[in-house]
Design a protein around this ligand. Structure first.
Ligand SMILES: *Cc1c(COP(=O)(O)O)cnc(C)c1O
Length: 230
């Protein structure tokens, strides 16, 4: 069942790419496994799936240590500075950096472990009070601070779009974030790479791909509904 769901999402990704003439190799599907058991992940690993997303540090670390074969872990949830040390060498990509304070801590811990941490800047593109992420007007200031950190590498942008009934309502936000990415790219800032655009979840990933996403984060569409009470 999980593997069928996964393949269906992949087919939808292909269809969205075809619709706008994009090459579907440009899009990475991240299976968001938060709250789901290792047995689910193992089924997908047997199916050849290598990219997993978690939003809690402890859960990522537990799964990282217990899967049968090494896979790539994406930290997609809010990260507190005091937890950076647990994941800086375990997460392939940290999607949720939205302050210099956090970037500095990642740099410090990455240096201790002799790694370069790859990160995305989380942008609150729809200006929702309830969401983490930096306002797009503050992105340049943050990038100009981060560019001098040696053990952090910015790879692109991420956003969590509003929860909407109709995915089309989010098109404008995805389009705005893509424009911001192009604008940053055109400035050629040292040590700032803009090759990754992480946007789109179960309800809206096809629209996000049409608007330029290179990473989509799909949980429910692969694993089914989550139960937070168990
Ligand atoms: C939970 C989560 C997702 C996946 O959400 P679904 O709607 O289940 O696909 C994607 N991104 C982030 C940041 C999340 O926390």
């Amino acid at each position: 069942m999980l593997t069928q769901n996964y393949d269906e999402v992949l087919n939808n990704i292909k269809a969205a790419c075809d619709k706008v003439g994009r090459n579907y190799d440009e899009v990475t599907l991240i299976a968001v496994s938060k709250t789901k058991p290792l047995s689910d992940i193992e089924q997908l690993i047997s199916h050849g799936v290598n990219e997993y997303g978690e939003n809690k540090v402890q859960e990522l670390v537990d799964k990282y240590e217990n899967v049968s074969k090494p896979v790539n872990w994406h930290l997609i949830g809010h990260l507190q500075t005091n937890k950076v040390k647990y994941i800086v060498d375990k997460a392939k990509l940290i999607h949720s950096v939205d302050s210099f304070h956090l970037a500095k801590e990642i740099d410090k811990e990455a240096k201790k472990k002799n790694v370069v941490a790859e990160i995305l800047i989380q942008v609150n593109i729809a200006h929702e009070d309830t969401k983490f992420g930096i306002n797009e007007n503050d992105v340049y200031e943050l990038l100009n601070q981060i560019k001098d950190l040696h053990n952090v590498k910015v790879r692109g942008l991420m956003t969590i779009a509003p929860f909407v009934e109709n995915a089309e309502e989010n098109r404008v936000h995805f389009r705005n974030l893509y424009q911001l990415l192009l604008d940053i790219k055109s400035k050629n800032i040292d040590n700032i790479d803009m090759s990754i655009l992480s946007m789109g979840m179960t309800n809206d990933y096809m629209v996000a791909i049409e608007e330029g996403a290179t990473m989509v984060r799909v949980g429910t569409g692969i694993f089914g509904e989550r139960n937070y009470n168990i």
